[in-house]
Design a protein around this ligand. Structure first.
Ligand SMILES: [Cu+2]
Length: 469
């Protein structure tokens, strides 16, 4: 029987020993109702925030290291945190109802995962995402290279659009509106960069910047244009491009997509980031007033970033193949589908009740239950995975978009490329009537979602899952 003296001695010994690194305390990330200054002439807006800010804090970690975060839920709803784009342990993917139970109000969950890839990622809730993101919950996750490119400053630009009512409050009346769910999703009327309407971000002439653009909007496809900068596009969705490419006149970012640019400030007075909409003048998202000079001449050539250790050998000939046809939505013609029977389906739909074990339903019946879209003729999460792959196996998924709307399809835990070539991505925009065929190597074992990142589309049925064994 140990005595009190023994215990004291043992404790003293522990305190004297060096603290092992795995015992380092996790960073706390607390989601709670709060307020935010969204800029312009708005009064403070009631939002839901991580650590009191919307967007949440920029989390930074080193490639090859671990991220340990204790998520505390002080929201009035269950929630969970998804680490978008990270090739992650499945148990840490943060999908409520699939990889973990939702974290109840007042509860917490410890996330602890390895970071294999450098790049620009982000985090957001994966329970009632369509409401929780629209209320302000999202933030940037930056994984730093061991050999970062030479820049003067690294600027994270979280691009969002809020839907506010006439009093400048978050428009709650339209949460769950079928008009959004079956059309383009919830589009906003208050564009912000880093949570502020048209912020002014001072720069110096000939300053070299790394710009990390992240589209955290619920549903808006951002067509962006930069003026007064000269540089290169170096990464998409966190993954370095093989070559540093010229920046196109319009840079399109679908919801959840990211772009890393390395640019030199060439403007004399002010550079800008504009939002381009057809038939309208460019709309300034952010202004970059120039004061002073970083150097006489811009720095030289911009080199590509070092590649991440992705599994890039795609065995297309022996691949496991699946077809996920997108159907439904307004103006999409007739659709019929089975309602999925996975427990998560209940969290996706608008809560009007899911009939158990339903047969095939027409679009009117689907709409009655909060569904408007299907993948492979199922609305919501199927009871069984759509694909079961062995770890290391190449998977090819063909995704024809048979709807009248574009969709931004996101694969969890994996980066993929189109079989016709192109960059590695974790989210791909597929226009109406188009078809994408993507390929990736099945990575970590577990259950992974594939869904539209237009969050109203996901909620209204455009989400499914696959298993890696
Ligand atoms: Cu969609």
């Amino acid at each position: 029987m140990p005595t009190r003296r023994h215990l004291l001695a043992a404790t003293a010994g522990l305190l004297a020993a060096p603290v092992p690194s795995f015992a380092a305390p996790a960073r706390v990330l607390r989601a709670a109702p709060g307020t935010a200054s969204l800029g312009g002439d708005l009064p403070e807006t009631d939002v839901w925030a991580y650590d009191g800010t919307a967007p949440g804090p920029v989390l930074r970690a080193k490639q090859g290291g671990r991220l340990r975060v204790r998520f505390e839920n002080a929201l009035p709803q269950p929630s969970s945190v998804h680490w978008h784009g990270i090739r992650i342990d499945n148990a840490m993917d943060g999908v409520s109802g699939l990889t973990q139970p939702p974290v109840a109000p007042g509860e917490s969950f410890d996330y602890d995962f390895h970071l294999p890839d450098a790049g620009t990622y982000w985090y957001h809730p994966h329970n009632r995402s369509w409401e929780q993101l629209a209320r302000g919950l999202s933030g940037a996750l930056i994984v730093e290279e061991a050999d970062p490119p030479q820049v003067d400053r690294d600027l994270v630009l979280v691009i969002d659009d809020w839907r506010l009512d006439e009093d400048g409050r978050i428009d709650e009346a339209s949460f769950g509106a079928m008009m959004d769910w079956s059309h383009a999703g919830r589009r906003g009327n208050w564009p912000t960069v880093n949570g502020r309407y048209r912020p002014e971000l001072p720069v110096k002439r000939n300053e070299r910047l790394r710009l990390r653009l992240i589209n955290t909007a619920n549903a808006t496809i951002m067509a962006l244009s930069l003026t007064g900068f000269d540089g290169r596009l170096v990464a998409l969705d966190g993954q370095p491009l093989a070559e540093a490419e010229p920046i196109t006149d319009i840079l399109t970012l679908a919801p959840a997509q990211r772009a890393d640019l390395i640019v030199d400030v060439t403007a004399e007075e002010s550079a800008r980031l504009d939002w381009i909409t057809p038939g309208a003048d460019p709309y300034p998202f952010a202004l970059f007033p120039v004061s002073g000079e970083a150097r006489d001449e811009p720095l030289g050539e911009i080199a590509p970033l070092s590649a991440n250790p992705l599994p890039t050998k795609l065995a297309l000939d022996n691949a496991l193949r699946a077809r996920l046809t997108m159907a439904g939505g307004a103006m999409g013609g007739a659709m019929d589908a089975y309602i999925g029977r996975h427990p998560m389906t209940a969290m996706m739909g608008n809560g009007k009740g899911i009939p158990a074990g339903t047969g095939r339903l027409g679009i009117r019946d689907l709409a009655d239950h909060g569904f408007a879209w299907s993948l492979a003729r199922i609305s919501g999460m199927p009871a069984d995975p759509v694909i079961t792959a062995k770890r290391g196996e190449t998977v090819v998924i063909s995704m024809p978009n048979d709807t009248a709307w574009p969709h931004a399809m996101h694969v969890h835990g994996h980066h993929f490329r189109e079989t016709k070539g192109g960059p590695w991505r974790d989210t791909i925009l597929i226009e109406r009537g188009e078809k994408a065929e993507i390929a990736f190597v099945a990575g970590n074992s577990g259950d992974w979602m594939i869904h539209c990142h237009m969050l109203e589309h996901q909620a209204a049925g455009m989400g499914t899952w696959f298993r890696v064994t």
